[in-house]
Write a protein that binds this ligand. Sequence first.
Ligand code: HEM
Length: 373
Amino acid sequence: MKKFAIEMRSFWQAWLLVVLFLIVLAGSYAQSQSIGSPAPSSTISALNIDTTYLSPPLQFDFYATSCPEAPAIVSTMVMNATSYDFTVAPQLLRMFFHDCIVQGCDASLLLNSTLLYTNSPLYAEKDFQKNDRFDKFSFVDLIKQELESVCPGVVSCADILAMAAVSAIAATQGPEYQIELGRRDGLSSYQDNAQTHLPGFYLNVSGLLDSFNNAGLDIVDLVALSGAHTIGQGHCDSIQDRLQSPPIYPIYPSYFLNQMKTVCQTPDGTFDNNVVAIDMDVNSTFIFDNGYYKGLIAGVGLFTSDQFLYTDPRTMPLVELFAQNQELFFQQFGVSLRKMGKINVLTGTQGQIRQNCWVRNSNTADVDFLPRI
Ligand code: HEM
């Protein structure tokens, strides 16, 4: 009798496993159908797009009952802002990356430093030098204010960054991606974490992979997500390493090297650490397309980290694939962006929904905040 009971239990366990497997399979299929515009099957077969990790707890319709207007509000605000200031969209897309790769997508990037009673400031991610160029944090605060007026205490700052990133892509003529929502906001932000986890512009593919693998992203994600450099601008200090004499590998074509030297060096030949903005995708700076990969093939990837993608045999074939097939790039970028958007997310009762993106709810009474716009 006991043996029969054990056998019956194993039988039901096996069935449960089969049913669970089918549910997961159906879920990942359904999700894979809603990424941007579907690529033709011939292109999908060129790169086996892996969508199996794209599973709950985040959901596309997370705010369907609590704040159905949220995605449209974010999208409209990003569209409008980008139409009068073209630097808004690239910054929002970059912010999502800088938030997610450091400690997960928890809006830790948005928290201000604290100045405790001890007068010793705790520097936040925002204060790290690689985050210096962001000057649109106040725009995120505006989005938050608008959402708070419509649905108070409901939409997290972490989700605002996610929605703003996909809206930024649409605002620059890219695909209209869907992204899952339901992230909650973290309670901490440390400059040191940003220093450890944000990849440097001087890295080769192995260095970049260390950074991406550490966050659960793979080589395909690295090449696809680097395609974000199809929009926006860099500055001279991010190409210092490429203007040395003799220049270090990988070397710009001589016409481009001269151009960059003209922009970034003073007449006496010394490096001018000025704030001149340089287009990252020389073909189409503010259009989300596959021009970035075409630029790499032409040797004009702006940063060392960009150009290495076309010199390293592990990544070169992917660069060629995305340069040849924009639909495939769009498809894979959507998958990789959603994967990035799931790094260490807080859900359920973890973290909190901040009232203001720059401060934890609990701190308003006993901590001063260093203002940072
Ligand atoms: C692969 C490693 C990466 C490195 C080393 C890197 C590095 C950089 C650097 C150095 C800049 C320019 C900073 C400046 O000089 O002002 C930049 C800009 C930018 N990055 Fe990345 N990045 C990487 C990956 C990503 C990813 C994954 C995304 C988004 C998914 C992204 C989005 C952007 C955008 C949109 C800009 C332009 C920002 C603007 O115009 O204000 N980057 N990145």
